[in-house]
Design a protein around this ligand. Structure first.
Ligand SMILES: *Cc1c(COP(=O)(O)O)cnc(C)c1O
Length: 827
């Protein structure tokens, strides 16, 4: 199979008149120039990496004029601007995306073909920018794409981690972590802006002590933030927005005269310490992290970004009262919540405003997005971090709290319990600041990320605050950019869709509903099946080339790819496979649709249980592969190094998407949406955005199962996993097979902790309660697969129902309901 070798970016499109494309000659010239001048190499001798750099460099040159023009437009029109603040941006690769959004793919392709080069190989040269853990960081990246496509005056603010999300490999079934040195080669997209550096003042100093960062209290110091800008290209328009990432350093200009030679060395060491602030991304999601360095990162992002945006605001506006009319700041989760006391500090101490006005402006400028209901993931920072690093901001937080609690006492006289619950400070052995409470009290908007999540947030997680400020709460169901996740990732399906309904869906995904009326059309079904089959073959070819593993594209590709976490229940999926395996062992000749189960995902390095789940899945894969009873009908593949570019490869090839979190635990999910728009059918629980997806596609086109949120709630305190073990023979047989050591022959007892969590520790995530229902949904799904037309029809109805799950829709809602920001097109 010679699949990828000559696959172009845009197969089956109308032949384009290249000469009529914008910037054709320009791009070709730039490409030649970049190759010659930047790499200073004979073009015929250039290696792939150099050609990639030349291609990326020429694309950047091409967009640079528009980029400057965009900023000029914003400066002169002075519109209200959006600032999206996030500790994570999970960007992935940019070359193909930028080329696509600039609509110059045919030109660049031609230039590459002229050089007898392979576009796919070229794209592979770019490392993923993995500056995030998972969904939250990917959401930020999708939002930037949508804001640029919609010509909104927006800017992203984040940190330029030198090391992104760790690289995962699998050794003997175990996850191994390697550093992600993604900036090893010069990144062609970023532009360093030394003229825009900012100074960040801290109440302490940093030193390195035996390789560890230490804080010295009561010795104020400052860090320097250096911005690195990345272009965010608007699809089909002239807008190029900016993602500004901050890198930490210290002042270069030590006054050498002031230092004795010993102090000179310690000053240099201080500089190294300063650099560590943006050295590495914390590779944990969904648990609270207590490290001071993380706290410093959060403050550093907030302080740099606010100083930068306030400076920009002051350039165009003399009156501080205009701040909320010119700036909308969105906090992606509580990580940038220090923006509340920091903006107050600027308005009080630097602008000299009175408290009431500063407080009013702060609240009207800031808005907060909540991403989790897991109590262990709600951020709380111990007071001592504030005392050493940010004493002034702590004073401000105390004052905010004092005034707020006075109001609460006035409204709810005598209810001290409520006062304690809503307080910004949690009192205990160690007093802590509750960052979610601070974000809600200090902003005008709090949103959840799916209807059910927003409802639970209001009803349970922050019930008291929602009662006090009901008008602040709303829902903004997440979305994904369908340009990256469908048009670019799945060119075969994309061109099939465009053949049927035209290309309007690229800028308005609701147009995809046009597929609904043709879901019964055999020709359309054939187009879908052919595209799916091609994507599966592409994936199988890639897997074989890069890992030597072969999978059969004729089998059902059944996928669960996401961070490994107990609440996401990869173990439930593994138990499903064991039940199927037991059926084949008992009855080797039974009929069973052949399937390949793909798992992928990283476990936080300190999350032992999640790492053991990875090991378990790998052992399961090995055992099943070696068992003659299976006869090629079941195969498990654990794909290492889950990242954006792996997701882009696998999702187009998926037949089945597993979204099986315990109801009430997944805030929204976004991979569920990527799978849906690529025509995979969902086996899922009624959780997060999956509920809304099923409504849009019609529940009859979904395979929903398991306990609802209300049922999960109602069974707390009663639920007994043993009941299922005793009364459901297939569940018992599956657990007994694990206990027998069948999957751990030379590693006796290795999986006891997994069994214990299911049976002895109460099965917090209720795997056993949902397993039988999962098996029944799975059977219904397999029965459907046999009827190819019925399957294609359901898949088409899923694609047709995905129109609401573009991040364009999400951003339109933020823009009109939270930000009150309008497009500012670039001429
Ligand atoms: C979309 C995406 C996620 C989020 O996946 P969920 O299943 O919604 O948790 C995580 N990681 C990557 C690389 C993604 O592309």
């Amino acid at each position: 199979m010679d699949d990828l070798a000559d696959k172009s970016l845009s197969p089956d499109r109308e032949p384009l008149d290249l000469a009529a494309m914008p910037d054709v000659d320009q791009l070709a010239t730039l490409f030649a120039q970049n190759l010659l001048f930047d790499s200073v190499i004979d073009p015929s001798q250039a290696g792939l990496r150099q050609v990639f750099e030349a291609a990326a460099g020429s694309v950047r040159d091409l967009l640079s004029e528009r980029w400057v023009q965009t900023e000029r437009q914003y400066d002169s029109a002075n519109p209200k601007r959006i600032y999206y603040m996030s500790l994570e941006f999970l960007i992935g690769r940019s070359l193909a995306n930028n080329v696509f959004n600039l609509m110059v793919e045919p030109v660049l392709e031609q230039a590459i073909r002229d050089k007898a080069l392979n576009w796919i190989d070229l794209i592979e040269q770019e490392p993923d920018a993995g500056l995030g853990n998972g969904g939250l960081g990917r959401l930020a990246a999708c939002f930037l794409d949508s804001m640029a496509a919609m010509q909104l005056p927006a800017m992203g603010y984040g940190l330029r981690y030198e090391y992104g999300m760790f690289k995962q490999s699998i050794e003997n079934g175990w996850q191994r972590e390697q550093a992600d040195n993604w900036l090893r080669n010069q990144d062609p997209w970023e532009v360093r802006r030394p003229q825009d550096i900012v100074e960040v003042k801290l109440g302490c100093s940093f030193v390195m002590n035996h390789g560890r960062l230490e804080l010295i209290p009561n010795r104020p110091s400052s860090l320097v933030g250096v911005p690195y800008d990345r272009p965010v290209v608007g699809y089909g328009n002239k807008t190029i927005n900016t993602l500004r990432l901050w890198s930490a350093t210290s002042h270069d200009d030590f006054d050498f005269r002031e230092f004795s030679s010993g102090d000179f060395v310690s000053a240099l060491i201080g500089k190294i310490a300063a650099h560590t602030v943006t050295r590495v991304l914390y590779p944990d999601d969904s648990t609270e992290m207590g490290q001071g360095l993380r706290f410093a990162q959060e403050y550093f992002l907030v302080a740099c970004s606010l100083a930068d945006l306030v400076r920009r605001f002051r350039r165009g506006n003399s009156d501080w009262a205009l701040l909320p009319e010119k700036c909308a700041i969105q906090l992606n989760d509580t990580h940038p919540t220090l923006a509340v006391p920091e903006l107050m500090r600027i308005l009080l101490d630097e602008a000299g405003l009175g408290w009431d006005q500063a407080w009013d402006l702060t609240k009207r400028t800031l808005a907060y997005t909540n991403h989790t209901l897991l109590p262990e993931a709600l951020e709380k920072w111990s007071l001592h971090h504030f005392q050493t690093m940010l004493p002034r901001q702590l004073e401000i937080i105390y004052e905010i709290n004092h005034r707020f609690l006075d109001d609460v006492r006035a409204r709810f006289p005598g209810d001290e319990a409520k006062v304690q619950r809503v307080s910004l400070i949690e009192e205990g052995a160690e007093d802590k600041v509750r960052m979610a409470n601070l974000a809600i009290v200090g902003s005008h908007s709090t949103n959840g990320v799916a209807a059910i999540h927003s409802e639970l947030l209001r009803k349970l997680t922050v019930h008291d605050l929602a009662e006090i400020f009901p008008e602040r709460f709303s829902n903004k169901t997440n979305g994904v950019t369908h340009r990256r996740w469908l048009a670019l990732a799945n060119p075969n399906l994309a061109s099939a869709i465009s053949t049927v309904i035209g290309t309007g869906w690229l800028t308005d995904l609701t147009a995809i509903a046009g597929l609904r009326s043709v879901a019964d059309d055999q020709h359309v079904q054939d187009l879908f099946l052919a595209a799916k089959s091609a994507a599966k073959q592409d994936f199988a070819g890639w897997l074989l080339r890069t890992s030597g593993q072969s999978v059969d594209p004729e089998t059902i590709f059944d996928c669960q790819v996401k961070r490994i976490h107990e609440y996401k229940r990869q173990m439930l999926n593994a138990l499903r496979v064991i039940v199927l395996y037991n059926r084949l062992r008992a009855n080797p000749d039974m009929a069973m649709v052949p399937r390949t189960f793909f798992f992928a995902g990283k476990a936080a390095p300190a999350y032992q249980r999640a790492k053991l789940i990875i090991k378990f899945i790998n052992n399961l894969a090995g055992t099943i592969d070696g068992d003659p009873a299976v006869k090629g009908r079941l195969k498990i593949v654990f794909l290492p190094e889950y990242c954006v570019s792996l997701a882009e490869r696998l999702i187009p090839a998926a037949d089945v998407s597993n979204q099986i979190s315990t109801a009430g635990f997944e805030a929204s999910g976004t991979s569920n949406m990527k799978f849906m728009m690529n025509g995979a059918l969902t086996l899922g629980t009624r959780d997060g955005a999956t509920i809304e997806m099923a409504q849009e596609a019609g529940e009859e086109n979904f395979f929903l199962f398991g306990l609802t949120v209300d049922e999960v709630e109602a069974s707390r305190g009663y639920y007994d996993p043993h009941w299922h073990y005793e009364n459901e023979p297939e569940i018992r047989a599956a657990l007994d097979l694990i206990a027998s050591g069948h999957f751990s022959e030379n590693e006796k007892g290795a999986f006891t902790p997994l069994l214990d969590s299911l049976l002895k520790e109460g099965d917090r995530y209720m795997h056993l309660a949902d397993l039988s229902a999962y098996m029944r949904a799975d059977e219904a799904l397999c029965a459907n697969y046999a009827d190819r037309r019925a399957w294609a029809r359901k898949a088409i109805l899923n694609i047709a129902g995905s129109g609401q799950f573009s991040s364009d829709r999400t951003i339109a809602q933020y823009a009109s309901e939270i930000w009150q920001v309008k497009p500012c097109p670039v001429a």
